[in-house]
Design a protein around this ligand. Structure first.
Ligand SMILES: [Zn+2]
Length: 405
């Protein structure tokens, strides 16, 4: 059955395209799950029997959360109290807390329990206008538990109106079975786990927590080299707590994104710029961990490295299921402008996921968009903890809210 065009009119549009086009009295035409046309309503090129009056709401691309650890069991509220009492994230990790405490809870959860826990968080993101997100593994740390996490991530994308990109992050922490044998663990990931899970269609990208408390550059390089041979996308947890050369390695591997970047240098930024790597900023983790070292925003701007912002939803360093909060905090704690923040959760987030046809409202792109009851798209990051999203359309279909009557 061929789709008929649908007109979405009487709306103000922030296209988020490279020209920064906005239309004060705009309209958008969709055909099935694609955008056919965007422009001033007075120039609508077609008529359609289905027309929706958006009553002056602002329209943006659907938001994209390009860095999440959405699938996990349990919580780490106890550790948060330790953090507040002055312990560091690294100290908590070194005494067996941190990631490994979530690993214990996640291993003990069934696939359906994990799905239910993650679904509750996902519903929060969807209500905020999110139409695509990335979900990492990394709390299983056995082949079967990593598989379980990735299967849940895929299932979320099948059961909810959202596009899910999965990332294999078994190189998140050294599991107890490999204590003191990190090289052996990386060899297992490289030679067995990654090829197996890739063959099962569960992996879209590979990520490494490349950090002094996790995996070194040599170990990361071995895993990423295999990822490249499998033609998988690469992203990297880089320079969050220290600088051991993670984003330089990621850039050499052609990574889609380097994420965190608090301790990145100007040379790291230059390497990312040359490689076309997106800088994914995670202000909620920065804030929650009470960090003081800010990512090199001015250098990223000067080098024209695209900046994305993500929730980093995870139980240890970013207990939040709000991309809007991350956007609001990116403006406050990292000094991004509201215009930069909007691109960071749309076009640049799409780029971080290798999604060439999302994150922009233009002909040929996916018909994923959100309508906002705001005076301008800047309001999305102006408000703290107030969700002004009134309608979400994903693939041309209304998935949240109601079209105004
Ligand atoms: Zn992360």
């Amino acid at each position: 059955m061929s789709a008929a065009p649908v007109i979405w009119r009487n709306t103000r549009i922030a296209t988020c395209d490279a020209q920064g086009q906005r239309f004060e009295r705009g309209a958008l035409v969709t055909l099935g799950d694609r955008i056919e046309w965007v422009g001033p309503e007075a120039q609508l090129p077609v008529t359609a029997s289905t027309q929706h009056d958006l009553q002056g709401y602002w329209l943006t691309p659907g938001l994209i959360d390009c860095h999440t650890h959405l699938v996990f069991a349990g919580h780490r509220a106890g550790e948060w109290r330790e953090l507040q009492a002055g312990a560091s994230y690294a100290q908590i990790a070194q005494r067996g807390g941190g990631i490994l405490s979530t690993v214990r809870a996640t291993r003990g959860a069934s696939e359906s329990e994990l799905f239910a826990a993650a679904a509750a968080r996902l519903e929060c993101l969807l209500a905020e206008g999110v139409t695509a997100l990335e979900i990492k593994s990394g709390y299983g740390l056995t082949l079967s538990d990593e598989r379980k996490m990735l299967r849940v991530a895929r299932a979320l994308g099948q059961h909810y109106p959202v596009s899910v990109r999965t990332t294999f992050l078994a190189a998140h922490a050294v599991p107890p079975e490999f204590a003191g044998r990190a090289d052996d663990y990386v060899a297992a990931l490289t030679d067995e786990w990654l090829p197996a899970l890739h063959a099962e269609g569960l992996v879209d990208a590979v990520d490494v927590f490349c950090e002094h408390i996790a995996f070194d550059v040599g170990q990361a390089a071995r895993l990423l080299e295999r990822a490249q041979r499998l033609q998988l996308a690469i992203r990297m947890h880089a320079e969050q707590l220290s600088n051991i050369g993670a984003s330089q390695l990621a850039a050499r591997c052609g990574a889609l994104s380097c994420d965190h970047l608090e301790y990145s240098t100007v040379a790291d930024v230059a390497a990312m710029a040359r490689a076309g790597t997106v800088a994914v900023l995670l202000p909620i983790a920065f804030f929650h961990l009470q960090m003081t070292q800010v990512p090199p925003i001015a250098a990223l701007r000067r080098a024209q490295v695209p900046m994305a912002v993500a929730s980093d939803c995870n139980p240890g360093s970013a207990p939040s299921a709000s991309l809007q909060l991350a956007m609001a905090m990116a403006a406050r704690v990292f000094g991004l402008t509201p215009e930069e923040v909007l691109l960071a959760a749309t076009r640049h987030a799409a780029q971080a996921l290798g999604e060439a046809r999302r994150g922009v409202l233009a002909a040929g792109y996916k018909a994923d968009f959100a309508a906002w009851d705001v005076s301008g798209p800047e309001d999305i990051s102006y408000w703290l903890g107030r969700n002004l999203c009134r309608l979400v359309v994903r693939g041309g279909v209304v998935t949240q809210g109601n079209v105004p009557a």
